[in-house]
Ligand binder design. Sequence first.
Ligand code: SF4
Length: 311
Amino acid sequence: MNRDLPGNNSENTGVSDGSSNPLFDSLVELIRRTSAEIPDDVRNALVAALESEKKGTIAASALTIIERNIELARQKSQPICQDTGTIIFYVTGPVGQDQVTFEETAREAVRFATKKGYLRQNSVDSITGVNDGTNVGPGAPTIHFHQHRSPTVEVRLILKGGGCENVGAQYSLPIEKLHAMRDLDGCRRVILDAVLQAQGKGCGPGILGVCIGGDRASGYELSKQQFLRRLDDRNPEARLDALEQDVLKTANELGIGPMGFGGRTTLLGVKICAANRVPASYFVSVSYMCWAYRRQGVTLDASQAIAGWLF
Ligand code: SF4
């Protein structure tokens, strides 16, 4: 978890150029690519969506503009969207990994990438509203650390847009007015309700990350982790796989379409997990990702240089 909470005064204030620091260089390159390049699976889904829309419709032209925007950002190595979004690192490393140094380096890498223009200056003090132009502050960036019994270090990064974050929703089942009971049909009803409520807001076509169960905090957190999955993967849990396919198909028959302009592409994907819950609670947490689905990841070698890309 991010340790930069109020009261922690360990913040470095200078912006390093990271010279002779392979981890810093690796993280800056990860940030640059994540901000400027949509992963192939997302791009393929957008191309397929464009092909499925009727030519000459507003939906087709919205998707064409999105496609051009993506290509321009990649060519110019510039941010895909003016909304940097929440910067979320997921780090998986060996037992004993120096998380303090990693976090300090990640914060410096975010500062540097912002100064270089790889990230728009888009993080403000929540009390004063002041933007200090660094994208770094209490709780920003967010870093989740996990350990595994392997020497490998994997770093994944998601830039989670704010507009799409606003249309995420959490449901506490049962909900009578939606006829949503505490079962998978009830889950299906509330997930589709979230899509209906969004009506293309949050820069659709969207991708849903859903967690069935957990508590209010872990449910949302696990729903966001679904965005680390590729769009073209399949859920190994057969019931969740069926629910994912069903919600995707049904949502795309609602006619909401890209940006709510109507059409066949309301969602590009649905990813669902389940977590244990206490018997008293039954939460369904729905996180919504916009078309600017910025997700990349790297493996690092022993010197902490980039050894390979994960997406
Ligand atoms: S929701 Fe996504 S596409 Fe919309 S402004 Fe934010 S990052 Fe950009």
